[in-house]
Write a protein that binds this ligand. Structure first.
Ligand code: SAM
Ligand code: SF4
Length: 335
């Protein structure tokens, strides 16, 4: 075990990005993400905030440069700001380049200023519609006005924002041009995401699935899209929309396999490490974490896990494959 060494997988990819699902709970029930009636993990199964800090810090010691807190809804985890504060020490030393989060924005108005104070610079807010009724229909429980208030608070705290929208056939697809103008009008990037077959939901995913290649083609009737080499370390491919001057990203796990440059692993709130979003193989980090106060066993378990990082995933959504590719929801692995 060489705790000072970087993490390189069998395909030569450096793992420099850790996504951490700090809770599987959420105050929304987005139709593509969760069933309305969800059973969440018992609280005693969760890693404590101190344990989450220990695992994250072990990854930082091994060369992870970027940590994204996600969920479930990260801002509904009790005490979450103390984790942001403790991880902030790695930003101060320069060991960590970026600490960020993906949120549904419902609690952002309360937390935005403190997030900025603690060193968070950029956040992603997921928002699939600008229409109140449609927003409620997609999130089941969400209130658009609260999210918009959160976005305003984050902007005035000086945070840089990216809006993520899942493209849903017949639901919000007609609204995407308006969302582009709205986001770009406020200097925010917008990224469109294809639905992925993760976890059982109440509806039929084949009905929701909209290949972004189709959406992109229809956007080209209204906008001039210019390919640009912009990268954020994530899987999105960006274009510049000539008419707005803003950036538009496409995350296309279904129509374009982006695995070859994958630099990330995902930790769940119970300490399970998934080496690929679209595969079931996982490593238990909670047992080695709890087995000893020193981090030796934890580092050995991380090394062993990285040696098993698969080459990629193979998602399919069609009538014959209308089953989740993996049984767990995105809210477990962390989107
Ligand atoms: N609750 C936070 C939020 O919504 O931003 C963070 C967790 S959420 C699981 C992260 C992202 O995953 C969101 O942008 C959400 O739209 C996306 N997502 C959830 N389920 C998905 C699915 N089945 N396919 C594609 N994207 C999904
Ligand atoms: Fe909650 Fe985010 Fe899933 Fe929506 S996408 S249900 S906000 S975890």
């Amino acid at each position: 075990m060489r705790p000072d060494s970087s993490l390189i997988d069998p395909f030569g990819r450096h793992v420099t990005y850790l996504r951490v699902s700090v809770t599987d709970r959420c105050d929304f029930r987005c139709v593509y993400c969760m069933a309305e009636d969800m059973t969440f993990l018992p609280k005693q199964e969760l890693l404590s905030l101190e344990e989450l800090d220990r695992v994250c810090s072990a990854f930082v010691a091994r060369g992870v440069r970027k940590i994204r807190l996600t969920g479930g809804e990260p801002l509904v985890r009790k005490g979450i700001m103390s984790l942001v504060e403790s991880l902030g020490r790695h930003l101060k030393t320069g060991a960590l380049e970026e600490l960020t989060l993906t949120t549904n924005g419902s609690q952002l108005a309360r937390h935005a200023a403190r997030l900025a104070e603690l060193g968070v610079r950029r956040i992603n807010v997921s928002m699939d519609s600008l229409d109140e009724t449609r927003f409620r229909q997609i999130t089941r429980w969400g209130e658009l006005s609260k999210v918009l208030e959160g976005i305003r608070a984050a902007r005035s705290a000086g945070l840089s924002l990216k809006i993520n929208a899942v493209a849903l056939k017949g639901v919000n697809d007609a609204e995407i041009p308006e969302m582009i103008r709205w986001a770009h009008g406020q200097g925010m990037d917008l990224t469109l995401i294809e639905t992925m077959p993760l976890g059982d939901i109440d509806g039929d995913r084949t009905d929701q699935y909209l290949p972004l290649s189709v959406l992109r083609a229809s956007l080209m009737d209204r906008f001039t899209l210019e390919d640009i080499p912009y990268k954020t370390g994530g899987p999105a491919r960006y274009v510049r929309v000539k008419e707005t001057g803003g950036r538009l990203g496409f995350i296309t796990p279904m129509t374009h396999n982006f695995c070859e440059s994958c630099n990330r692993v995902r930790l769940t709130c119970t300490g399970t490490l998934f080496m690929c979003l679209g595969q079931d193989d996982a490593a238990d980090l909670r047992t080695p974490l709890r087995a000893s106060e020193a981090d030796g066993l934890l580092h050995a378990a991380i090394d062993e896990a990285i040696s098993r990082k698969p080459k990629g995933h193979d998602f399919v959504i069609d009538r014959r494959h209308n089953k989740p590719a993996v049984a767990r929801h995105m809210s477990v692995t962390g989107g």
